[in-house]
Structures are given as C-alpha cells and as structure tokens.
Design a binder for this molecule. Structure first.
Ligand code: G3P
Ligand code: MG
Length: 231
C-alpha cells in the first residue's frame, strides 16, 4: 500500500510548506499530497483555502495577492510556497498529488506544469491532480489529456465508482470514514486505484490495508510506513 504525505509531513511540520515536503522526502514516501489554488493575481499557490488557521494572516488565499501572501508566516517563520517552488523542491523524487482546492482559472496552473515537464524538472508520470470539483477535472483532462486525475469524494455514490470511470480518472480519493468493501471492489473492477484520506492511526492504517486500498494519505507518513513494514 502506497503512503502519501498529506500536505507534506504535516503532523510534525507546518502543512503545505517546504519543510513539510523535505520531511516527507526524508521519510522516503511514495508521494506527497499538496493543496493548490490561485491567489488574487492568479499565481498557483500551495495552501488550503483560508489563511486564518495556518498563518498570521486572515481571509481567503484567492482574495489575497501573491505579494501579500509572501509576507505571511505559515509556521516556524516559513513562507507559503508557490507551485514553482514546490516543483523545484520535489523534482522527480516522488509522486506529486496536487489537490485543486476550489474552482479557479486553470490556465496558469497548466502552463506551470507544462513548462516544468518541458524543462525536465518533473515528469508526466509522477503527477496526479485531484479535486472535489469534478467539472474542473473534466476541463483539465480536455486541456492536458496526458495528466492523471484523481476524483475526490467524501461519500459513497449510488453507482459506486462509476462517476470516476466516466471522468477517465486514474484514481478515486475517498474519505476513510465512508469507505467500504463494495466501493473498493467496484472501483477495482473498473480499473481504478483507490486512495483513502486521512489515515493516521494504526487501527485505521491496518483497516485500509485489509480493505485492499492502494494507498493512504497520512499526516504522519513515517509512522504509517513503520506500521506497514511490520507485517
Ligand atoms: O487529497 C486528500 C485530502 O487532502 C482531501 O481533503 O481537506 O484534507 O485537503 P483535505
Ligand atoms: Mg488536500
């Protein structure tokens, strides 16, 4: 079962920051999940929706300019990274799952990805873009057909994993509190990977493995890997 660091190794470092990314890389994770959205002047920023919970700022990232965002302390004196800084930090070392936090114009996001692929900073295979907004995923697939997409859900839809197959998704990312055998089996029959979030406790990690889940998102990826290596 793969282990993705959720917002980097965010259990021990400020979430969605370069230090959380470095700690995840040190833990030799299979992938790193990060939240992405655009700020008021359209740069792709790596952060959750609101500034209040995680920084000394207030308000929404998408209503704040890059210049103001760069002044904020995201924890331990660190700044909020942009997408380019994250690509430079991770390079081709591990899978990158970018979770689009809410609907926004994706032109700059796509341009940033394509430039980095072209320059060889990242490669196509390591990238996975996910969202709860499935309309965004449709747009992305139309404009960047090679990209792997992950359909996020916090529910068990009536037709199980059918929605993700229709999206031509690579994977489904599902809340661990809703997942069940029927859903996992249905997704697998459709050729989809199943990743569960956010899985930190030993009991939950073992339960996901017993269900046949392909990967988990964990705030404590080092601990999750240790539990999984035991048996
Ligand atoms: O991408 C998995 C998970 O991060 C989705 O929800 O709220 O933890 O970003 P959230
Ligand atoms: Mg996320």
């Amino acid at each position: 079962m793969l282990v993705f660091a959720h917002r980097g190794a965010s259990g021990n470092y400020p979430e969605n920051t370069l230090s959380a990314i470095r700690a995840a890389l040190q833990a030799d994770v299979d992938g790193i999940e990060l939240d992405v959205q655009s700020c008021a002047n359209d740069y792709a920023i790596v952060h959750d929706t609101w500034l209040d919970r995680t920084t000394n700022g207030t308000g929404r990232v998408n209503q704040t300019t890059l210049q103001d965002i760069q002044l904020l302390d995201a924890g331990n004196g660190e700044h909020i990274p942009n997408l380019q800084q994250v690509f430079d930090e991770i390079g081709q070392k591990t899978m990158i799952n970018l979770e689009l936090k809410h609907t926004f114009g994706l032109d700059q996001f796509v341009a940033c990805i394509e430039q980095n692929v072209q320059k060889g900073v990242i490669n196509r295979d390591q990238l996975l873009v996910s969202s709860y907004d499935h309309h965004q995923l449709v747009w992305l697939k139309q404009n960047m057909p090679w990209v792997k997409i992950g359909a996020l859900t916090a529910s068990i839809p009536l037709h199980y994993a059918e929605f993700a197959q229709r999206l031509h998704a690579y994977s489904i990312h599902i809340d661990k509190n809703f997942i069940n055998h029927q859903f996992v089996d249905d997704a697998k029959q459709r050729g989809l990977k199943v990743f569960a979030y956010t899985v930190d406790k030993q009991q939950d990690i073992e339960e996901m493995r017993a269900l046949g889940v392909d990967g988990i998102f964990s705030n404590f990826p080092c601990y999750a890997k240790m539990i999984l290596s035991r048996s």
